[in-house]
Ligand binder design. Structure first.
Ligand code: NAD
Length: 486
């Protein structure tokens, strides 16, 4: 494994919140760091409660006109936002790498994915259904927008996971206030800023601040819905806080995705695919394969191929062209991931590769680490490390491995790998997860429903199911008979 940390990325833009179509700064600011260098790269506003109230008031006023703007116009505006993002793609690629740490290829996946999302969601709609229309009665089922929606975004995919919320919310006729993660606010602040001329003031605002701001949003009486992506723990706080005003909620939370590897795979061919299933985005991926169950017959061979492949992977500053994996995104996460290294070491687990964090490194770098068959009840297997330390485990009985895969509070994603397509589908159908990928991973689409089972979430994003979550259902019935009321 090669480690690089050069060169640095310069970020010299000014960053403001956008409230009611206008840039807003605050007397207090918060620093944003480049995780590859630990250098401060920008200062961002820290919103006050008054700033949030202003944003909510503007979004509430804008809702009256935006919700009655013809659907085609709202769709056109969302598609135009995609075009605008494309026109600024290079800027966003650099900014994303600088604030998040991800290398160029992953930044491209996120930025170009976001552009595609705006364009595809702009084609979606929820047409009215006429359930009955005869001489006596008409019954219509339709969807109406909710009002002001708060979008709360994590730091691992700061643009894409905001776009998954902005695009459907606006198409459905809502107005939205985005709150980025305090660790990665730059791309979201810029995105909302550069699209203001495409929307009436107040339709799309962005406020930056700390976790307190999140609490103000989730308890604000004039916000109708919270679209949240983040940890399960925070998701539970959001749900509690939203209960008082019975807000609609979409919660996309944590995961502990199992990968099951069958004995008929070619170890050399499957190893790179499993490696990236686990380590893409430096394993800071809700849908990272977080427990790899490898059949006993091929366990040693797959482990050795995983190690061989891992040795070729370049870890470094995402701004360096050769880099394939960046740093851990922030100091808090670095400390959390470090705990899993310490715990594995203390318990004498065997490291197939990695295991030692070099704390003299310039950025929050952690080596790619694979832990060889730790106990099923180890912290590493049971919890969500959300960093590049991966347990691989042995299995020999199909029913047993399915039970182990499902024995978790989470149910976000899962993968099964094997030549026998019938077998992988048979196993996949028994996994309790929102998305099950067979011989592939991380395939998402704006038209494919995404959401977690169990404590991985509530509701769904993407597809018409996701769009419908930005609406209320309404039934209108009409008695057509003359003389029935006069
Ligand atoms: P986090 O829960 O710490 O923070 C997420 C967002 O919530 C941030 O914007 C944060 O400022 C805000 N927040 C924190 N406390 C809050 C509170 N009390 N009320 C309201 N908002 C609050 O999560 P994170 O560390 O940024 O992201 C990593 C987690 O997100 C992992 O668990 C990962 O699995 C999960 N995730 C899930 C998905 C998914 O789609 N299911 C996608 C990406 C990440």
């Amino acid at each position: 494994m090669t480690v690089h940390t050069q060169p640095r990325v310069a970020v010299d833009a000014e960053f403001s919140m956008i409230i009611d179509g206008r840039p807003v700064t605050t007397p207090t600011t918060a620093p944003v760091f480049n995780p590859a260098t630990k250098q401060v790269i920008a200062q961002v506003p820290v919103a006050s409660q008054q700033n949030l109230d202003d944003a909510v008031a503007a979004a509430g006023a804008a809702f009256a006109t935006w919700s009655t703007t013809p659907l085609e116009n709202r769709q056109a505006a969302v598609a135009a936002i995609g075009d605008r993002l494309e026109a600024h793609a290079e800027e966003f690629l650099n900014l994303l790498t600088a604030e998040q740490g991800k290398p160029r290829a992953m930044a491209e996946w996120e930025v170009y994915g976001s552009i595609a999302w705006f364009r595809e969601v702009a084609k979606q709609s929820l047409p009215e259904e006429i359930l009955l229309d005869d001489t006596e009665r008409r019954v219509i089922s339709r969807n109406t927008p909710l009002g002001v929606v708060g979008a709360i975004v994590p730091w691992n995919f700061p643009i894409l996971l905001a776009v998954w919320k902005i695009a459907p919310a606006l198409v459905a006729g809502n107005t939205m206030i985005v709150k980025p993660s305090p660790f990665t606010p730059l791309c979201d602040l810029k995105l909302v800023e550069i699209v203001q001329d495409l929307l009436p003031p107040g339709v799309l605002s962005v406020v930056s601040g700390d976790d307190e701001l999140g609490k103000w949003i989730t308890s604000h009486p004039a916000i109708a819905k919270i679209a949240f992506t983040g940890s399960t723990e925070t998701g539970k706080h959001v749900m509690r806080s939203a209960a008082d005003t019975l807000k609609r909620l979409t919660l996309e939370l944590g995961g502990n995705d199992p990968a099951i590897v069958l004995p008929d795979v070619n170890p050399a061919k499957v190893a790179p695919q499993i490696f990236w299933a686990a380590f893409q985005n430096n394993a800071q991926f809700c849908n990272a394969a977080k427990r790899i169950y490898i059949h006993d017959d091929i366990y040693d061979a797959v482990r050795d191929e995983l190690v061989k492949y891992a040795e070729t992977v370049v870890v470094g500053n995402g701004a360096d062209e050769a880099t394939q994996l960046g740093p851990v995104q922030n100091a808090q996460q670095y400390d959390k991931v470090s705990e899993y290294f310490a715990d594995s070491l203390a318990n004498g687990y065997r490291f197939a590769i990695g295991g030692h964090i070099d704390r003299t490194r310039e950025g929050w770098f952690v080596p790619v680490t694979i832990v060889d068959n730790p106990p099923e009840n180890s912290r590493l297997v049971v919890e969500e490390p959300f960093g590049p330390i991966l347990p691989i485990l042995r299995w020999s009985d199909e029913a047993d491995v399915i039970a182990r895969a499902n024995d978790t509070v989470w149910g976000l994603g899962a993968t099964v790998w094997g030549e026998d397509l019938e077998a992988i589908e048979r196993i996949g159908r028994q996994l309790d997860a929102g998305t099950v990928w067979l011989n592939e991973v991380h395939q998402y689409s704006p038209h494919q429903v995404f959401g977690g089972h169990k404590q991985s979430g509530l509701g769904a994003e993407n597809s018409l199911h996701g769009l419908a979550e930005y609406t209320n259902h309404q039934t209108i019935t009409l008695n057509k008979q003359k003389g029935s009321v006069s």
